[in-house]
Design a binder for this molecule. Structure first.
Ligand SMILES: Cc1ncc(COP(=O)(O)O)c(C=O)c1O
Length: 475
């Protein structure tokens, strides 16, 4: 009844939020683990948050009270910030010369950080940057700029489950999965891209581009320069766009080093108009709540349109103010990046060793805030239903919220994304002990469902959600 009053867009299910990824996050909210108040609760391992370096940010804030207190050289700048309207590109904005300078300083600070994370192999030009409310908004804006409703982007699997909502829901664009396989470590091949492209053509879908996440979420791997070169060759051959979501670029903790697509296309001026980078401070600085993201593109028309569209999701002026001070502090930036990567590596290794004690292995990775974990040997049946069954047991019996591969559109059952940077080391150890007990008890395989506690399975838990089934129906 209530739905009758809604638009088709609001009522339809292409938001993708009924996938087990989002539902697992909800389950955690109902019974969150706390070592003192709820020691049998669910441990959140489904959230790619970086909480490992908060102390570094907090100590910087303490040492720089002006930045957090909205002051410049001791003078309160509240009114200036309260009135500042960052409508990039509008004539009113350009006339406010003082404001314009500030705006450039902010973009310069972000551009410098992006350059640093790319080992300054390329120069990031702040005029080609568009600020957005996180990578979520950046990705959606690029879809609005590059695709008509019904047109498609190819995305290698497994991919970040949020893309189903971010890229498709409001824009009406389609995602065509490029199925990658464990046989080559889920690397993207020309054959897989070609197959997805031809499959889209058979469905009468016009392909507008390819979107990759580099470093990959959920694999935690980086693409090599050769792989990036081959990808660029593919988009040139098909005359389509390439979006590279590089939100995890600063999390690369091991060799090979991260290579940005901007570096891979250097010297190929004729392709740069079709290549667009997405970035955000949500992972590298651990600030998803600040909502700071960016589009970086050589394509002037895209930058102009995206800048106007960014009006729907601007970054607040006080956030920009604080971050421009933080990111202009060269000493802080240098220390933070190195220390943060060191901590991510330590935590990654702790997870890998913990899983190893249960006889569980992971795809070898060198970036990200998660591991791509192989639990195929724990499945009762080698099917997506078998994967969901194991997932329910791990959520309800073991008390760990991890993300099943099917929520990332992986078509090989038994892979799971397990996050490690959103909790303390002690909590991670508790999680690993629980998993070890579970595997040692043989419950996974023999089906003895002695439950940890009274789970009342919601209707959604009993079936694969429509997103997990990869429904291709729109609204
Ligand atoms: C690959 C990828 N892109 C985009 C996002 C969204 O990031 P933001 O918080 O900056 O909107 C995420 C968040 O997990 C992500 O993993």
């Amino acid at each position: 009844m209530a739905q009758i009053l809604l638009s088709r867009k609001a009522a339809c299910n292409t938001h993708g939020q009924d996938s087990s990824y989002f539902l697992g996050l909800q389950e955690y909210e109902n019974d969150p683990y706390d070592p003192k108040t709820n020691p049998t609760g669910i441990i959140q391992m489904g959230l790619a948050e970086n909480q490992l370096s908060f102390d570094l940010l907090e100590s910087w804030l303490q040492r720089h009270p002006d930045a957090a207190g909205l002051r410049r050289f001791g003078r309160v700048v509240f009114r200036e910030l309260a009135l500042f309207q960052d409508y990039h590109g509008l004539p009113e904005f350009k006339r406010v010369s003082a404001g314009f300078q500030q705006h450039n300083v902010r973009l310069q600070a972000l551009a410098d950080l992006m350059g640093d994370l790319r080992d300054n192999k390329i120069e990031i030009d702040p005029r080609k940057l568009v600020l957005t409310a996180g990578a979520t908004s950046a990705n959606e804006i690029l879809m609005f700029c590059l695709a008509e409703p019904g047109e498609a982007f190819l995305i290698p699997t497994p991919y970040y489950p949020g893309f189903d909502r971010d890229l498709k829901w409001r824009t009406g664009a389609e995602i065509v999965p490029v199925h990658c396989s464990s046989s080559n470590g889920f690397r993207i091949t020309r054959a897989a891209l070609e197959k997805a492209y031809q499959g889209a053509r058979k469905r009468n879908l016009s392909v507008k581009g390819v979107l990759v996440t580099n470093p990959s979420n959920p694999l935690g791997t980086t693409m090599s320069r050769n792989e990036l070169g081959a990808l660029v060759d593919f988009v040139v051959a098909k005359d389509v766009h390439l979006i590279s979501d590089e939100i995890y670029s600063g999390t690369t903790f091991d060799s090979p080093r991260f290579v940005s697509v901007t570096e891979a296309i250097e010297g190929r001026a004729h392709v740069s108009d079709r290549v667009h980078v997405v970035y955000s401070l949500s992972k590298d600085l651990g600030l998803p709540g600040f909502r700071v993201g960016a589009i970086y593109s050589n394509n002037e028309a895209v930058v102009a349109a995206a800048t106007k569209m960014s009006s729907f999701g601007l970054v607040s002026s006080q956030t920009q103010y604080l971050l421009s001070a933080l990111l202009s502090d060269e000493e802080f930036k240098g220390n933070y990046t190195g220390e943060n990567q060191k901590r991510i590596k330590q935590r990654h290794d702790r997870l890998v060793q913990g899983l190893g004690r249960s006889g569980i292995s992971c795809l070898k990775s060198n970036a990200g805030l998660f591991c791509w974990v192989d639990m195929r040997h724990l499945l009762r049946s080698n099917t997506l239903e078998g994967e969901m069954e194991l997932w329910r047991e791990i959520v309800y019996e073991v008390g760990l919220n991890i993300s099943p591969g099917s929520s990332c559109h992986c078509d090989e059952p038994g892979w799971f994304r397990v996050c490690f940077a959103n909790m303390s080391a002690e909590t991670l150890d508790v999680a690993m002990r629980r998993l070890q007990d579970f595997v040692a008890s043989g419950r996974a395989r023999d089906g003895d469902s002695r439950q940890r506690k009274k789970p009342i399975l919601g209707k959604w838990m009993l079936t694969l959600s429509s997103s997990d089934r990869r429904s291709e129906r729109g609204c």
